[in-house]
Design a protein around this ligand. Structure first.
Ligand code: NAD
Length: 429
């Protein structure tokens, strides 16, 4: 299996931007969003595309295409990850940037939304090449990013090391008396270079806090519950390892290398070590190799997509045999998938809530950088817990009161806050 579209099947996947727009339109209609504000929010404020050459280890120069889309900054500086993947394209990054705006507003964090990426497969490049690609991209972005303006973070194909290269490059074109003041230009850094305790696991941890709240609301025991995860990178592997601590059983996993299943349960900790060494779940001892259809049809209580967009679709949603879906990935469920899950009575906790732990701890990292503080893991986890519980309760209350699905409820919450600010501030001039 080489890419998502190939894995998922023959139907042309829905364009992520069209999908994000349809989600926005649905919520706008439900809440009666001001039409002018709706129009403003339908497009990003800024779309930056840069083409830049990078020297490869063999001396050749290769051109790369990078994106930074700044969707909205009315609630605070633009915020969002940087993705390195061979399928990155403008409409995908536009959708991901809009989802960041809604996510930060759902969490009541003072950030707006952005996203960036470079269209290439990082697995095909050496660490030295990845460093030069990252530094040259950062240079091309120039003053379009900054700790009070636009703050990148890791996403698919990038990690703490990528963020440290980005920060160092940005510092190198900052006057020396201000270098240390710009540490917060990125979040998701290593602890030693100014990162936060708990940031690496934050998205998986936040997702499990949402699972816990859902379990409480539904009088459901996580001890002995079964779950399946698609994508075993940062989000999927941390979510699985933390759920395993609750006594929940990982019964199936799929990533870009294949899918495995075990009714007795897969050891999430050993699997994470295996993936680190071998690059994917394929070959992990203790699981039966299964195909795409078998993976989606696995009987489980919780299904956690934590890979890419457009995974739960008209084709795959009818296969699911779970009670609830928790979106670790951004945009894993398309419009048909949403409808089919609703019709089938499978509850969905949307990305803008379920995977918001990452940006929440990124906010904590940014605050610590500004104040030259270093919080303990316990403090970070406790603050994250409070914010996830609050956001979950708010979204569920709106969903119940208005009799709408959780995704639309999350959007209504986010859009109401954004609309209020637009109305207070007015539209310049
Ligand atoms: P990652 O690069 O660490 O892992 C990505 C995973 O997806 C890998 O296991 C990879 O094998 C798998 N994958 C790739 N192509 C696949 C395919 N065709 N079929 C099945 N699996 C495939 O990335 P991540 O940071 O874990 O991000 C995963 C998702 O979570 C993305 O949608 C990302 O936007 C979202 N997200 C990440 C964060 C974060 O803090 N890292 C925060 C919020 C949301």
């Amino acid at each position: 299996m080489s890419d998502t579209t190939a894995v998922i099947g023959k139907n042309k996947p829905m364009n992520a931007h069209e999908m994000a727009t349809a989600q926005l339109n649905r919520a706008a209609e439900v809440m009666g969003l001001d039409p002018e504000i709706h129009t403003i929010l339908s497009q990003p404020k800024n779309e930056l595309i840069v083409n830049f050459p990078v020297r490869m280890d063999d001396g050749r120069h290769v051109m790369f295409k990078g994106y930074r889309i700044q969707h909205n900054n009315i609630m605070g500086p633009y915020k969002g990850g940087i993705r390195y993947h061979h399928e990155v394209h403008l409409d995908e990054v536009k959708a991901l940037a809009a989802w960041m705006t809604w996510k930060c507003a759902v969490m009541e964090i003072p950030f707006g939304g952005a996203k960036g990426g470079i269209k290439f497969d990082p697995r095909q490049y050496s660490p030295a090449e990845l460093e030069r690609i990252t530094r040259r991209f950062t240079h091309a972005l120039g003053n379009n990013i900054g700790p009070d303006h636009d703050i990148p973070a890791p996403d698919v194909g990038t990690n703490a090391q990528t963020m440290v290269w980005l920060m160092d490059t940005y510092m190198n074109f900052t006057p020396s008396d201000r270098k240390n003041a710009v540490r917060g230009v990125v979040t998701g850094k290593s602890l030693t270079s100014g990162g936060s305790q708990g940031r690496e696991k934050a998205t998986g941890q936040g997702l499990v806090f949402v699972v816990e709240e859902w379990a409480k609301e539904n009088n459901f025991s996580l001890n002995g519950a079964t779950f399946a995860v698609q994508g075993f990178g940062n989000v999927g592997s941390f979510a699985a390892r933390i759920l395993a601590k609750h006594g929940s059983k990982l019964v199936a996993v799929q990533d870009h290398t294949g899918a495995i299943r075990s009714v007795d349960g897969l050891d999430a900790v050993k699997l994470a070590d295996w993936v680190k060494k071998n690059g994917g779940v394929a070959g992990f001892p203790g699981g039966d190799v299964i195909n795409q259809t078998e993976f989606f049809s696995t009987q489980c209580d919780l299904f956690i997509p934590a890979a890419l967009e457009n995974q739960i679709t008209a084709e795959t949603a009818p296969l699911l045999k779970c009670r609830a879906v928790f979106e670790g990935a951004n945009g894993p469920t398309d419009i048909d998938g949403d409808r089919i899950l609703r019709e089938r009575g499978i509850e969905l906790l949307p990305d803008v809530l379920a995977n918001a732990g990452g940006v929440t701890v990124s906010y904590f990292e940014w605050l610590q950088n500004r104040r030259a503080e270093s919080w303990t893991l316990e403090e970070v986890d406790a603050r994250l817990h409070t914010m996830m519980v609050h956001a979950y309760a708010t979204v569920r209350r709106i969903a119940r009161d208005r009799k709408i699905d959780n995704r639309t409820a999350a959007y209504v919450h986010a859009l109401t806050r954004i609309e209020t600010v637009y109305k207070e501030r007015g539209i310049f001039p």
